[in-house]
Design a binder for this molecule. Structure first.
Ligand code: ADP
Length: 266
């Protein structure tokens, strides 16, 4: 709390009271911390691949270095790290676009089953590399007002995570149903699971349970944060249930009849 005060004087210069202003700046301070943490994280995430790329390029260029057999290996690392940089920047741009238009994305009535099928189709290649089977159960008549490409992207992020954080030969299950005024979508895997203590922070930008493993698997640490923004832009919510060694379930709830936006023209 920030406090400031001053004595109030009348025209004769006599004190007639005091004015004390107390401002609760907790929220403001919290936002400042989140912002500066984010900038520090972005810088660190971008610097890691750049340092690696620069190191290998300098080695390739140096006069003393002439070990030909390593050239291909070094170029491969440089290529990988460049792709990593690209992926981080793409995800940062997606996040910033979503933040700009939060709650104002274009929506159209779409059949949920079709959106889920498309998302699964986009993940099929990754799934087959680990012999993971993706199952879908969704009623055909479930129609929602959504931005289909964005919801598809959120689902792809969740399915790809399920594939990445599972052993080969497991299953990923997508299940959707109507619950009163909501459409509820479950993305369930039989993967490594997540310890309880991480669950609250999982949707934060750059939060990972195991940074080394995430990086090795090509993760940017922004996937779930993007998912959360997409779901929020649909006035929905997302939560996760998980058991280490058994698997995780991400549960999305979307309103069947979203509330009209106040800034929308009647
Ligand atoms: P990343 O690019 O690291 O995968 P995400 O934001 O998508 O970033 O996920 C954040 C972290 O949450 C991951 O690093 C991983 O530790 C954990 N995680 C996400 N999905 C799953 C899952 N299905 N099973 C186990 N862990 C998961």
């Amino acid at each position: 709390i920030l406090a400031s005060g001053r004595v109030l004087l009348n025209d004769d210069g006599h004190s007639i009271g005091a004015l004390i202003v107390l401002r609760d700046v907790t929220q403001l301070r919290h936002l400042e911390t989140v912002r500066s943490d984010f900038v520090a994280n972005v810088s660190h995430e971008l610097k890691t691949p750049i340092t690696s790329i620069k190191g290998f390029v300098e080695t390739l260029l140096s006069d003393e270095w002439n070990h030909q057999p390593d050239i291909l290996r070094f170029l491969e690392i440089i290529n990988q790290q460049s792709s990593r940089l690209n992926a981080i920047i793409d995800d940062l741009l997606t996040l910033s676009r979503l933040e700009q238009k939060e709650g104002r994305v274009m929506k159209e009535d779409s059949q949920l089953a079709g959106v889920l099928e498309n998302a699964i189709y986009l993940c099929q290649l990754q799934a087959s590399k680990k012999n993971i089977c993706i199952e879908l159960t969704c009623p055909d008549d479930l129609t929602l007002s959504i931005n289909a490409p964005l919801l598809e992207q959120a689902l792809v992020n969740l399915i790809i995570n399920s594939i990445k954080y599972s052993d080969p030969d497991k299953k990923v299950m997508l299940f959707a149903e109507k619950q009163k005024e909501l459409a509820v979508i479950y993305v369930k895997d039989e993967g490594f699971g997540i310890e309880r203590k991480h669950l609250d922070r999982l949707f934060e930008r750059f939060y990972r349970v195991d940074t080394a493993r995430s990086r090795k698997l090509g993760g940017t640490g922004l996937g779930l944060s993007i998912v959360k923004h997409i779901i929020q832009a649909h006035d929905g919510s997302i939560r996760v249930e998980s058991q280490v060694g058994e698997g995780s379930t991400f549960i999305i709830s979307l309103p069947l009849n979203p509330p009209p936006k106040t800034n929308e023209k009647k």
